[in-house]
Ligand binder design. Sequence first.
Ligand code: PLP
Length: 453
Amino acid sequence: MTSFTPPDFDLTVLEEGLCAQDFIEQKMKDSEDAVFVADLGDVLQKHLRWVCAMPRVTPFYAVKCNDCHPVVMTLATLGTGFDCASKTEIQLVQSLGVDPSRIIYANPCKQMSHMKYASAHGVQMMTFDSEGELMKVARCYENPKLVLRIAVNDAGSMFAMSNKFGAKLESCPLLLEQARELGLDVIGVSFHVGSGCTDPEAYSQAISDARRVFDMGAELGYNMTLLDIGGGFPGSDGSKLKFEEFTAVINPALDKHFPAHSGVRVIAEPGRYYVSSAYTLAVNIIAKKVKIEEQMACDDEGEGPNKRTLMYYVNDGIYGSFLDVLFGARYMPSLHKKPKPDKRTYPCSIWGQTCDGLDRIVEQCILPDLQVGEWLLFHNMGAYTVTCSTTFNGFQKPDIHHVISRSAWQRIQQISAQGLPAPVEESCPSRTLSCCSKETSQPSTTFKAASRL
Ligand SMILES: *Cc1c(COP(=O)(O)O)cnc(C)c1O
């Protein structure tokens, strides 16, 4: 048995009329430290939207994207499965009472001791993409249910994966044969089109490729029953394409290559989709410089003959919540307070707090002349932020406050008790449970939630 116990976590149920925005306002008054506020109602909303848009596909949330316990607990309560890549992720998910049948060990290249742990704890589904991994599995795994990860075209994604993972189609017959010789059961096929995918066609091509591998398996006597369409779905409606623009392509591809009567179970491994938009980060301006550049051309933004640009230094950065910037992600701040309509704006850059010259969050944006002590907000900050940040230079990670409206809280309890009915009008995304209108303001209750929501 594991000695891992989940730490308690704070969760604030907001009273009628209060929303995450109000909560963050309060936190900004309490301290000048950078702070996250996460609205779990937004995670619920995403789940309802998923069920509505892709009812055939069971989500297995990718824990690496954001492993905050309230998030994982919310999804566990809503009945999703989980994609875990390490012993610690498996421990976390199981410590919240999730049955091993709801876990896929979706790391094609696993450390042997982690594998033994997974095997001893009943996790059967796992991915592989090489002969070497099959040999390891055969040596140390009880009853594995293998899923062959194939390489797919991920050119249209922000973060590619197929240069590291995935078997080429040509090598699949040999891998399947090797698995059979080792007496291993291959139950299906998985792929990942790359995180932050911008091309829905990548999914339909990959689904058609997966079909070919199913057919190869059938020739070798396998009866595969699982298709795993991975992650890559957009995390906010600010993305180039909306989630539903992906599902509008994926659903027909599934119906064509894996029709419902084929009996194939379809799962996915969304990470970014579920958490990105739930998190807002508030950062404080801790220092500021005015840079006067010699005027190049006539420019009405500048003052007189010289151009003013402002450099803001804030208390988070690429060694903290903005690691993605190094990989090409772009962020834009929002103002905390509405500027006066006549307020002048300037070209600005935003820098992190460490002593590293690379630590720049925003290369250029347009902001008014803000003062040290004022705040900037960054939205859609839930994906690959809290799990990727460091304490480089001794700067602590921002506190994270998880909040939920009472109605969303009740809805989660209800879904947990009764399950979700087949998608109907009521479960569609137009119903908003995550935020509020400002009327009353009763105090909210924060409490420790132990092992169950
Ligand atoms: C990271 C990862 C995911 C999640 O990807 P998103 O783009 O965040 O949806 C899913 N599956 C695997 C195997 C991953 O490595």
